[in-house]
Write a protein that binds this ligand. Structure first.
Ligand code: KE4
Length: 439
């Protein structure tokens, strides 16, 4: 019998000290009910909670743990670097190596600046785009999440839609007025925004493959259509690859789909699990950034030597693992097949979207091509499924509006275990929600 008494007492204490008891909202299990489990350690494909329960996991820290938990090469790099003091606040050789590696791997990068999170990267990228173009407005897509910067908390995805506050209080009307939104995969809506705001749009930012409304791939021609429009209008095209960078290909989604943006934002995998973000792009644009140019951006721990060591170790693993993306694709396909089988066996025609090692099972029979489609999902059915899987030791993202992330530590035997658990969970879903069978 799985006990969670230590997690429960920790959560009770945490709520007296930390808003909602967590340091990031989606972790609080608000959308799925019950209390979050507090994790003590990870190893390979497993997490272990403070009560000693083991979980086969498909979050992988929301993407970073591409090779699973506690990979020795990353641990060794961190232990070695920290012996020389964790931080100097001065330039180091590792930052140059990191920049050189990123420019070599990511097609759009001619110059790059290190920061400490994906949020910092996206906030800086749109400031630079505004400084470079002299324009104020940006276009984003409903359901895309680009971190918690004010300009992005308009029709935001991820934790914002999980909690039902896609437009956050605290974001001023002035800021909101400069953020234009369109449905994902809708080029005509983009044309209408461009026509109505000609010469005022600094940047268009998107997740080239969306993870933050659940997994939504770009429709054929969508990315090329955005590339053509941005080129024609002098709008800076920003691919937010915080999730997709190094996960979908060595060069991210821009390599996978063959579309080169003007700027790219990165995070997650780039830090090997430590706090790292980056933004970069054309040298002409990046040379606007202080101290080379007038657009200010700074950070005490940017390019931190220990974080750089972890990130460089991760990127080395990526560069030296033969057939990495073919293996991730095979794992993703195998997981999709077993999840599909668990749906078919109980007669639930739900939708599964997947690109490579990112996947979402939506509790809707509709195709999911944008935020409106994603919101047709049955959230109570999802919550039932989530809890059933958790009870069987399978740790999924605690929200319908998130992608799952596979790691290289996930083997065939693990995928079979997930499939068997999913079968039992689906039977419980059908029992609790028989109306789904008529859907
Ligand atoms: P961070 O500031 O959380 O490092 O990155 C923000 C961000 C930017 N862009 C994209 C495409 C992202 O997915 C994210 C963060 N992703 C969420 C997961 N949906 C982080 C999890 C959380 O908020 O706790």
């Amino acid at each position: 019998m799985r006990t969670t008494t230590t997690s429960e007492s920790l959560f009770a204490k945490a709520k007296t000290l930390i808003p909602g008891g967590v340091n990031s909202p989606v972790r609080a299990f608000k959308a799925v009910g019950g209390n979050p489990v507090f994790m003590a350690r990870g190893q390979g494909a497993y997490l272990y909670d403070v009560d000693g329960n083991a979980y086969l996991e498909l979050i992988n820290s929301w993407g970073p743990m591409l090779f699973g938990h506690a990979h020795p090469a990353i641990a060794e790099a961190v232990v070695s670097a920290i012996q020389d003091s964790p931080s100097f606040g001065a330039p180091t050789a590792r930052e140059v190596r990191m920049a050189e590696t990123l420019v070599q791997m990511v097609p759009s990068l001619e110059k790059v600046r290190m920061v400490n999170s994906g949020t910092e990267a996206t906030m800086a990228a749109i400031r630079v785009a505004r400084g470079y173009t002299g324009r104020d407005k940006i276009i984003k897509f409903e359901g895309c999440y680009h971190g918690h910067g004010d300009s992005f908390l308009i029709a935001a995805g991820s934790g914002a839609i999980t909690l039902g506050v896609p437009d956050s209080p605290g974001v001023t009307k002035g800021v909101a007025n400069d953020t234009l939104t369109a449905p994902y995969n809708d080029l005509e809506a983009v044309d209408r925004l461009v026509d109505a705001n000609r010469g005022q749009i600094a940047a268009l930012i998107l997740e080239p493959v969306v993870g933050n409304m659940g997994l939504v791939p770009p429709a054929p021609g969508f990315l090329q259509g955005l590339r053509d429009r941005c080129t024609a209008e002098g709008v800076v095209l920003i691919f937010d690859e915080v999730m997709t960078g190094f996960r979908l290909a060595k060069g991210g989604a821009q390599e996978l789909y063959g579309i080169t943006p003007d700027m790219t934002t990165l995070g997650k995998i780039i830090g090997g699990g430590l706090p790292v973000g980056a933004y970069g792009g054309k040298a002409e644009i990046m040379d606007c950034v202080a101290p080379a140019g007038p657009v200010y951006q700074a950070g005490t721990l940017s390019g931190n030597p220990v974080a750089m060591a972890a990130g460089l170790a991760m990127l080395h693993l990526i560069k030296t693992t033969d057939g990495l993306y073919e293996q991730l694709e095979a794992k993703g396909a195998a997981l999709e097949t077993t999840l599909r089988a668990s749906l078919d066996n109980v007669g639930l025609p739900m939708t599964i979207n997947r690109v490579g090692s990112m996947i979402t099972l939506f509790f809707t029979t509709n195709q999911v091509r944008n935020f409106t489609d994603a919101k047709t999902s049955n959230l109570t059915a999802f919550a039932t499924y989530f809890q059933q899987m958790l009870h069987q030791g399978i740790y999924l993202a605690p929200s319908q509006y998130e992608a799952l992330f596979l790691s290289m530590a996930l083997g065939d035997e693990h995928i079979a275990k997930i499939g068997a658990a999913s079968q039992i969970a689906m039977e419980a879903v059908v029992k609790a929600h028989p109306e789904l069978l008529k859907a």
